[in-house]
Design a binder for this molecule. Structure first.
Ligand code: TYM
Length: 335
């Protein structure tokens, strides 16, 4: 890995194991992650430390961790090419997060829209972890000297604060952290709810018809697309005031690779019913092999444990170097 770092750019990204993975996670992030593995030195993690910023039921949380790991393997994360570990297995993350907390201002954390949204949603549990969530995320990224961070558009602000923290630290102590760039794909970076296309698709949506999960059965997927909210135009065309159709067109385009013009031509003179069926079918076919592989991986917990242990060992060694460097610069005496 050390040698590879010199040749290839480093990619880091993570996902929370907080329940089922959605089509938004897949199109906004996971599809890109697996595509980047040949060109880059990729490091992926299940961000399970982030997940407890919202209260978790222990048995369900444990199950979610295995399911998320199996899902990502099924999406094509290849542990022969990339590191893929569980964040809580590598103790440098929590350590560097503490250090970075002391280099991050209350004011800048207060401006994070995710903090504002989540604290409104979980008003009975606005914990300190929810507030300092971005510094842990910064630690995740900076520990590996990542060049690129492939994420959906909703994570852009967290990448900006990561860059600010890195630059501030480097300004004080010299070149400790590489300043990462967000990698936000042109297509699929913001998949919207099928029921309210002004809101991002999210698994925490109370209306299950608003989101597609990677585990939904084909008939469920078709039903959700048929019920998708559109408009009264009945014309498959990308445009203002057509959030529902725009969203369906983006999903269809991200999966098929077709441009909006090609999609408009394909559905000229056809109604929304035909279009929704075509989008549903494209999604079903895209997810079918993932679901089949998931069913295999989830049965083999020992295999998953073996994979994450091996990756965590390498990640620990690599990240320890960055942590040590940062600690030394601050003036700590290392043991
Ligand atoms: P999380 O678990 O909410 O989402 C994982 C990835 O999925 C993307 N995503 C979407 N993309 C398009 N449309 C949507 N509707 C949609 N919903 C989610 C997210 O942008 C993300 O890329 N804080 C992160 C996890 C994390 C992380 C990191 C990411 C922890 N440490 C370091 C990058 C680098 C999160 O909660 O993602």
């Amino acid at each position: 890995m050390e040698q590879a770092t010199e040749r290839k750019k480093v990619v880091f990204s993570a996902i929370q194991p907080s329940g089922t993975v959605t089509l938004g996670n897949y199109l906004g992030a996971l599809k890109n992650w697996s595509a980047m593995q040949d060109e880059y030195n990729c490091i992926f993690a299940l961000a399970d430390l982030h997940t407890i910023t919202v209260r978790q039921e222990p048995a369900q949380f444990r199950k979610n961790i295995y399911e998320a790991y199996a899902t990502l393997l099924a999406c094509g994360i290849d542990v022969e090419k990339s590191l893929f570990f569980v964040q809580s297995h590598v103790n440098t993350h929590a350590q560097l997060a503490w250090v970075l907390n002391c280099y991050t201002q209350f004011g800048e954390l207060s401006r994070m829209t995710q903090f504002k949204d989540k604290s409104a949603k979980h008003a009975d549990n606005v914990n300190a972890g929810l507030f300092t969530y971005p510094t842990l995320m910064a630690a995740d990224i900076l520990l590996y000297q990542a060049d690129l961070v492939p994420v959906g558009a909703d994570q852009k602000q967290h990448l900006e604060i990561t860059r600010n923290i890195a630059e501030r630290f480097n300004g004080l102590y010299g070149n400790v952290f590489r300043v990462p760039e967000p990698y936000i794909a042109k297509s699929g970076a913001r998949v919207m709810s099928l029921q309210d296309p002004t809101k991002k698709m999210s698994k925490s949506d109370e209306n299950v018809n608003g989101f597609i999960t990677l585990n939904d059965a084909p008939e469920v997927i078709m039903k959700k697309f048929k019920r998708a909210v559109t408009d009264s135009d009945a014309c498959v065309k990308y445009g203002e005031g057509k959030d529902g159709i725009n969203n369906l067109m983006s999903i269809y385009s991200t999966i098929t690779g077709k441009t909006f013009e090609q999609i408009e031509l394909e559905f000229e003179g056809k109604g929304y019913g035909d279009f929704k069926t075509a989008v549903g079918e494209a999604v079903v076919e895209e997810l079918r092999p993932i679901k089949e592989r998931f069913d295999q991986y989830i049965k083999d917990k020992a295999y998953m444990q073996e994979c994450w242990t091996k990756s965590a060992e390498t990640a620990q060694r690599f990240s320890q170097r960055t942590l040590d460097k940062a600690m030394k610069k601050i003036g700590y005496v290392l043991k």
